[in-house]
Design a protein around this ligand. Structure first.
Ligand code: ATP
Ligand code: SF4
Ligand code: MG
Length: 314
């Protein structure tokens, strides 16, 4: 069994250049997690979750510029050359289930062929057949799936294939970007059972989701992202029981809970644009507790297990 990893992200920013404008997709983000912990990143569409994952994978598009520090088991990812990262880390130590990947499996190749391509791309040296069989059995698939084309298998099976592909080079950390989105509730539950099993076997997981309920099933640590910033970070249990940031509270109120008849309160309004985001608290326009001083940048206040960025907790 592999040992789980530590990851520490310090003051990470990612800016995209797009049509002459600068999009600040990740804005001075800091967090860390330890061995035996998995991390969840939650927030609405467009808040920068995927960008954060891609930065850790060193797989950002060419129009992105990155600053800050990412330490993976103490090694600085941003200071590692691309060739060294490709040779030793990408897919071999850290892999990613890209958002929507199950819908971009190549329709003209069998699943087996697509596994072989990944092994080739990552310069796999061992027994290919054995590696593929091991990967598919670890996600609960059996041999016949290998001869099928993507359109011949169900959504749940496709997602298992994507997980198996991320696991094929036996990485220690997997970044799962919205792995249950677009699947029906029953299949979502099965995928979560699978991720939990893999975690128990020693895999570190970063789970990216707009659904805090799903994250709470697996993650010990959670970061709540809003308009490019992490506005609250800490132990999942603490944040679930006692959320401090008004945005976290709104997110929790917007998810249905089993066995509870509590009314779901949808979050109204939209986050600010990431092109020249406003100064002061970015949640200001939507916050039920906004005060005059919230027009100034909120301080980062230490909590029991992390921090919250909000004037209410000064
Ligand atoms: N390659 C790119 N070039 C320019 N802007 C980009 C690029 N990729 C993402 N963005 C912008 O960066 C911001 C963050 O995008 P990102 O995809 O990281 O958000 P997300 O939280 O993953 O959203 P979703 O929940 O919809 O997947 C958005 O405003 C998005 O439009
Ligand atoms: S800083 Fe002010 S506006 Fe922002 S979340 Fe806290 S109370 Fe609301
Ligand atoms: Mg995304």
């Amino acid at each position: 069994m592999k040992s789980m990893v530590t990851l520490s992200v310090n003051d990470l920013s990612v800016q995209y250049q797009s049509q002459g404008k600068k999009v600040q997709a990740v804005d001075h983000v800091t967090f860390s997690f330890d061995k035996n912990e998995s991390l969840g990143i939650a927030g609405e569409s467009g808040c920068g979750k995927s960008t954060l994952g891609l930065a850790i994978m060193k797989t950002l598009q060419e129009n992105a510029s990155v600053s800050g520090k990412i330490l993976f088991d103490g090694k600085s990812i941003l200071e590692t050359s691309d060739s060294e990262f490709t040779k030793d880390i990408r897919w071999k130590q850290i892999s990613m289930m890209f958002q929507g990947a199950m819908n971009s499996l190549d329709p003209v190749f069998t699943i087996k062929k697509q596994f072989e391509e990944i092994l080739k791309k990552h310069n796999f040296q061992g027994d290919k057949k054995q590696a593929i069989e091991l990967a598919i059995s670890s996600v609960g698939l059996s041999h016949p799936v290998l001869d099928k084309y993507p359109h011949e298998i169900s959504g749940g099976m496709k997602q298992r294939v994507i997980i198996a592909m991320a696991l094929i080079m036996t990485p220690r950390l997997v970044i799962a970007d919205e792995p249950t989105t677009a699947l029906d509730v029953l299949v979502q539950a099965q995928i979560m059972i699978l991720l939990k099993k893999l975690k128990k076997e020693g895999l570190s997981i970063i789970l990216i989701s707009h659904d805090l309920g799903i994250i709470s099933e697996i993650a010990e640590k959670v970061g709540i992202m809003y308009a490019g910033q992490i506005v609250e970070f800490g132990n999942m249990q603490e944040i679930y029981k006692n959320p401090k940031h008004p945005y976290t509270i709104a997110l929790l109120e917007s998810i249905p809970k089993l066995q509870e008849t509590k009314r779901i309160i949808p979050l109204k309004g939209n986050p600010p644009s990431l092109v020249n985001p406003p100064s002061g608290c970015r949640f200001y326009d939507r916050c039920p507790q906004a005060m005059e001083k919230c027009k100034k940048d909120p301080p980062k206040i230490k909590t029991e297990s992390g921090f919250v960025m909000c004037w209410l907790h000064e």
